[in-house]
Design a protein around this ligand. Structure first.
Ligand SMILES: NC(=O)c1ccc[n+]([C@@H]2O[C@H](COP(=O)([O-])OP(=O)(O)OC[C@H]3O[C@@H](n4cnc5c(N)ncnc54)[C@H](O)[C@@H]3O)[C@@H](O)[C@H]2O)c1
Length: 314
């Protein structure tokens, strides 16, 4: 299959590219390298079935690229990914996530694409009444990022109605694993891992009791791969574990794997941080045959090993 991955130089996208190439597909990446890194694609670049196009997804040339290469499936991961940045600059967020998605879908139309798979976010649920959040829970976008992701989901349905392009929206919880940057705001595993391996201070906000649903990147990639067929057409699925892990517990787990002291500094709770989050993945089992395979201990070990090798810390 010919598969176009937008944002394929990023954390999740590059892991997806490696899996798609291993599965024998032809893969093209469109990424402007604003947040991603060519280094993530070093293995992929060895393959004759791989091409990287350094391009903004809003560039009209994307339409020409799709019309010529005719991807059967587009996995759309390129995005403005920061909730805080979206609050500081909602217009920039909308340009990338709304205009960008409209551009990708227009390219899909011109490329005769069968299906588009979108990386959406649990942010669309706002402050959920029930945890784990069911995939059919009411949406409640409380940040421009949440609003733009929800808008992107809406555009999928619009292009299905207009041009019969199939789609699946994958609502990702807190993804972690190799290649996640410690510079982002949300990559708590990457932030703790980087600091604990380097021996620099770590911080846990509030009482450390706030929870998140950590899902390993290989499992998320598997969700995209399963969605590339006709399974899950026209639906939204949560890709999470349903398991809540508190910040304080996560720190202990990462410190344990990294062989570092479990002594984070305390800090004031951050305004607007959600107290708890986990999503119900059950419909993804029924609709995609997907379930998370990697428990947190195993995933953290792989993540710390990768970071240790990258930092060349012995
Ligand atoms: N990491 C998570 O926990 C998480 C959770 C929910 C949703 N998501 C979504 O998953 C997707 C991938 O996230 P990630 O964590 O891999 O982030 P990432 O920043 O590592 O990857 C995003 C990629 O998109 C590229 N990009 C950004 N703007 C672009 C543009 N205008 N044109 C072309 N390329 C552009 C960046 O260079 C980067 O390589 C995003 O859509 C994000 O919103 C991630």
């Amino acid at each position: 299959m010919r598969i176009l991955v937008t944002g394929g130089a990023g954390f999740i996208g590059s892991n997806l590219v490696d899996r798609l190439l291993a599965d024998g597909h032809e893969v093209a990446v469109v990424d402007d390298l604003s947040g991603g890194d060519r280094a993530n694609l070093v293995d992929a670049a060895q393959s004759s079935r791989f091409a990287l196009h350094v391009m903004d997804i809003r560039d009209p040339a994307l339409i020409g690229l799709a019309a010529e290469w005719r991807p059967e499936v587009i996995c759309h991961l390129a995005a403005q990914v920061s909730v805080r940045r979206s609050v500081a600059d909602p217009v920039h967020d909308a340009r990338l996530n709304v205009e960008g998605t409209a551009s990708v879908l227009t390219a899909a139309h011109h490329g005769g694409t069968r299906k588009v798979i979108l990386a959406s976010s649990v942010a669309v649920y706002g402050r959920p009444a029930v945890i784990p959040v069911p995939a059919d829970a009411a949406t409640d976008p409380r940040s421009p990022y949440a609003a733009s992701k929800l808008s992107a989901e809406t555009y999928l349905a619009t292009f299905k109605a207009l041009y019969d392009i199939d789609y699946t929206a994958l609502v990702l919880s807190n993804v972690y694993g190799p290649r996640q940057s410690p510079d982002g705001e949300a990559g708590v595993v990457a932030i703790f891992t980087d600091a604990l391996l380097k021996g620099t201070p770590t911080v846990v906000y509030g009482d450390g009791g706030q929870t998140r649903d950590y899902v390993f990147v290989d499992d998320v990639v598997d969700g995209f791969v399963r969605a590339c067929g006709d399974e899950g057409n026209g639906r939204r699925f949560n890709l999470g574990t349903g398991v809540e892990t508190s910040d304080r517990r996560l720190h202990s787990l990462v410190a344990g794997v990294a062989g570092a002291a479990d002594e984070p500094a305390d800090a004031e709770a951050r305004l607007g941080d959600l107290p708890a989050m986990a999503v119900d993945p059950a419909p993804a089992l029924e609709g995609l045959g997907w379930r998370p395979q990697t428990d947190l201990a195993t995933g953290l070990k792989a993540t710390v090993e990768w970071a240790r090798a990258r930092l060349s810390i012995r």
